[in-house]
Design a protein around this ligand. Structure first.
Ligand code: PLP
Length: 447
């Protein structure tokens, strides 16, 4: 199908109900095509995609090997019910289980990240017989009823039913330390003490799971201090709590390892994934399950399932994506791009631009924290700002787009998340565009 731009725009405005939006206040850009790290509109404007869509096109758009695998699977068998054993589903599960840490050797497939989180929470509750889940304030876990209540960031506000058995706590974030810490070691120690206190005062025997993003994604690109995840693992073990790591955004190469947990050699009891598992070419997510939790459901039925669990087209895309990432060294490329190009390049921007308060990240996953004042760290826009309050960030994003780069902004931050296999020349071009656009943010900075 190749409709003209006005047909696309008109039908979109008339019939498509968009996520997270006031429907009459948006004007979605009609996109005509995409390849590699770029997409383009009907007027021929090309955009360097520093968002990887919603941080999921880890191998870029239209990778020919994945497209061919989907086409081949479509010709062979588009679909079959989830109760059967199917070659591509078995192979996708094997490839995932081989890469997940420790004894996470069984995979429950879902259609995306939120369903993965819902099922992880359900497994933890049934395994322990306990009701509560603890999760971080600075977190995003999805938009279904359970997952949005487990989410800590402002997207929860419009959905908060306060009935989901969720208790929030503060994770480590040295730049805006909730613990008044001044070093990584202090932040780590105090964040762990706060979590331990929270567990003790909530009643350890009421807590099924602690749910964490190993590197917090949408809520800040927050890389934990060394020792934090191992400390959480220890708290979970001591209190018989299931440790769930949500790798939906940071799994499959995003941080320069197959899984972010690999940076700290930590093994959770459950690991949720989606997005990068098949670069989002066909919706897929899942939960990797430890031997002990799998055993709970060895002779007792698991009370959950999905019509499209392990859909053959999605699994074929996962098999091709994982094999391609292996063949083309994309995980290693992501690590190198971070260490040699993005990290140094973004730090150089911070030196030139007074609006950049902090640069942090790993692999192809970075954030620039934009501020009005580097001393006070006053954010460029307030927390959960919208409308006029958000104008400086909106103007900065507009300047990026004018320069030919599609930016991912969240609160007062620019998140930098291009495909994990972005080329060096494209990184350089992206940094040049950001250099220019940051002068718009600089206009609001006083120190
Ligand atoms: N968990 C994390 C860490 C995420 O970043 C996201 C989405 O961004 C989700 C869960 C929800 O995934 P989905 O939108 O596929 O339901």
């Amino acid at each position: 199908m190749n409709a003209d731009v006005e047909t696309v725009r008109t039908a979109d405005r008339k019939h498509v109900f968009h996520s997270w939006s006031a429907q009459e206040l948006i004007d979605p850009l009609p996109v005509a095509g995409a390849e590699g790290s770029y997409f383009w509109d009907y007027e021929g404007n090309r955009y360097l995609d520093f968002t990887s869509a919603l941080v999921y096109t880890n191998i870029g758009y239209q990778h020919p090997k994945v497209v061919a695998a989907i086409q081949e699977q479509a010709a062979r068998m588009c679909t079959v019910a989830p109760g059967f054993a199917v070659d591509v589903r078995s192979e996708a599960a094997r490839l995932i289980a081989e890469r997940t840490p420790g004894d996470l050797d069984k995979v429950f497939f879902t259609n995306g990240g939120a369903e993965a989180v819902e099922n992880a929470a359900r497994m933890a509750r049934l395994h322990t017989g306990r009701p509560k889940v603890l999760s971080a304030y600075r977190s995003y876990h999805g938009a279904t009823t359970g997952a949005i209540n487990m989410t800590g960031d402002a997207r929860r506000f419009g959905n908060d039913s306060a009935t989901a058995g969720v208790v929030h706590f503060w994770g480590p974030y040295l730049y805006r330390s909730p613990f008044h810490a001044t070093t990584e070691a202090e932040e780590c120690e105090r964040a762990l003490r706060h979590l331990e206190d929270t567990v003790v005062f909530e009643g350890p025997r009421s807590i099924a799971a602690i749910l964490l993003e190993p590197v917090v994604g949408a809520a800040g690109v927050l890389v934990p201090p060394a020792g934090y995840l191992a400390g959480v693992r220890e708290i979970c073990d001591r209190h018989g709590i299931v440790f769930v790591l949500d790798e939906v955004m940071v799994g499959f190469g995003r941080t320069g390892k197959w899984f972010a947990a690999d940076h700290w050699d930590v093994t959770p009891d459950l690991l949720t994934f989606a997005k990068g598992v098949n670069s989002g070419y066909v919706p897929l997510g899942g939960v990797a399950v430890s031997a002990a939790i799998a055993d709970t459901f060895a002779r007792r039925p698991y009370p959950g399932g999905l019509t499209y669990s392990g859909h053959p087209l999605a699994c074929a895309a996962a098999v091709a994506t994982i094999n391609t990432m292996e063949e083309e060294g994309i995980v290693e490329q992501s690590a190198r791009t971070g260490a040699e190009l993005l990290g140094p390049g973004l730090r150089a921007l911070a030196e030139r631009h007074p609006s950049v308060g902090e640069v942090r990240g790993l692999g192809t996953f970075w954030a620039l924290e934009l501020v009005r004042n580097r001393e006070t760290r006053e954010p460029l826009v307030p927390y959960a700002a919208s409308g006029a309050d958000n104008a400086p960030m909106a103007a900065f994003a507009e300047a990026c787009k004018k320069g030919g780069l599609w930016p991912l902004t969240a609160g007062n931050r620019l998140h930098v998340a291009p495909p994990c296999n972005i080329g060096a020349a494209d990184v350089a071009q992206g940094l040049e565009i950001l250099d220019e656009a940051l002068s718009v943010a600089d206009a609001h900075a006083t120190a």
